[in-house]
Design a protein. Sequence first.
Lengths: 339, 339
Amino acid sequence: MNKLWNIAIVGAAGTVGAELVSILEERDFPVGTLQLFASAGSVDETLGFRGEDLDVLELSEDCFAGIDLVFFTSDIEDSRSLCPSAVAAGAVCIDCSGTWRMDPEVPLVVPEVNPGDIAQYRNRGIIANPGSSTVQLVLPLKALDDFSPVQRVVVSTYQAVSDSGAGAIEELRKQVGELLNGRPIESHTYPHQIGFNCLPHIDVFLDDGYTREETNLVDETRKILGNSEMKITATAVRVPVFYGNGESINVETAAKITPEKARELFASFPGLKVVDEPGGNLYPLPVETAGTDLVSVGRIRQDLSIGSGLNLWTAADNVRKGTATNAVQIAELLIAQYL
Amino acid sequence: MNKLWNIAIVGAAGTVGAELVSILEERDFPVGTLQLFASAGSVDETLGFRGEDLDVLELSEDCFAGIDLVFFTSDIEDSRSLCPSAVAAGAVCIDCSGTWRMDPEVPLVVPEVNPGDIAQYRNRGIIANPGSSTVQLVLPLKALDDFSPVQRVVVSTYQAVSDSGAGAIEELRKQVGELLNGRPIESHTYPHQIGFNCLPHIDVFLDDGYTREETNLVDETRKILGNSEMKITATAVRVPVFYGNGESINVETAAKITPEKARELFASFPGLKVVDEPGGNLYPLPVETAGTDLVSVGRIRQDLSIGSGLNLWTAADNVRKGTATNAVQIAELLIAQYL
């Protein structure tokens, strides 16, 4: 009989926490016990798992006893002290919070792209899950890079509000209703109206004028692709979409890759789905990726402005493949090959 | 006393037609008579102008008699036969329909960028108004190009539904209402759901995989900037916004331009407004440009991936500065300098 694993999810009351519970069930993860934790303010909830209602319990110092694997969700802003406590109690942490992504001792993993990096979990007992916009970018880049090295990337994102959690989903829903009825709106999660608007502002601004989201996208992509000098620049924009991120990607490669060849490379790369039949109005759509675990890639065109470039448009479910599914895939690899 | 001009608007029942009437009044254009025309199906409308209700009349062969200036709106799909009829009757045509933009005999004009090209109206009696995404792009590019030649541009657009006319505005409004209430939606203007979604599809697809919108953006930008070899590539995306287009622009120039210098160049360029104080959450927002006549430019950052590049984010009212205001500005220049 296969070993079963005792799992904890920290930040279980949020959007990603609920999705992690669903995905563990869907993928038939060998769960022994599943314990759900949240900070004191968010514990009056239950989540269904394999026909049982599990209570979300309050986080405490000793809640990691007997746990093998802990998922920290992106709703936990700082896992700086929590992860080491869990590791000290004997668990391995898969952290979606952003805290550990650029720590040189912590591997940052997209299983289809750099599975071997998982071995570095031994350094600190922690594996970091990238941001959703990074996961969506590195899959097509890796498929091309394996064929001809990527020289430069210019990416513009179209990011859904679910990246910002349940409060943002409610804010968009409410604003749109008020605006359609000509009533005044309130903004709490975002500094400006998101309903029927685009905000070129995700996470905080840094000194060089980039947002942390844009800088993370650049730094995380370089780390995952193992190329610290990769030329890449990003503009990250929030759009009034509930689920599903879009990315407009311009990529220059060392050798010319035709759209036909690129389609072939993407079609044979795990985690990618080619949706590229303009004649039939088929191209990646954020709403159609909701609930799926693949990154859709389409609008594959030769960039006519340079000798060896391509334009791509991708879409993915930011909460699933962008975050929760990727984290569970990391756990699957970890238990299969390392624990 | 200044001369007054007899004006006609063809396609007056549409979004741009109504905006043209408002802008002629706002800018105190020296109008003698104003006549409004539409195709037979759309004539049961009136539009207010200087306190009078003007009927929208049915287009006919002889409706251009005595007219000095005709605006053809973007709601007229093909002005191929209409413009020559108006010119034969003695009028000059300002065409927003897209029919004449790339005709080498017809000037394509953004008054702040290439005002001198208006003189070529004499060739055919027609001046073409660019597409809204082009107007928004060429203003900041020209400001930079005057200082150091633009070498390459990668642009991704975030375009409002009002670009597609009144039917599209109603489609977004209706879909959003149905979706919030969990009811099924219908799509007519667009091939897929636009509510809470992004469509990487504007206008028809061409053989090379680009849309006509993307190709127009490239070709029109080259023509207006007078550089037929300019390296520029585009991805055009429809977003669920009513009014106001956004553009994420990556631009490489011959010499390095710092963000400070770029801000200075933009601030002194007519038609542009610098909105770039990230610390105060100030950056261009599509909804804030609604009803304005300037292109807002912000998020001005050095592109760290190349030696001399910048990233910009712009927003503009696609129906006003993107279309109707630009057309009236062309008319103002024409009567001031040429007629």
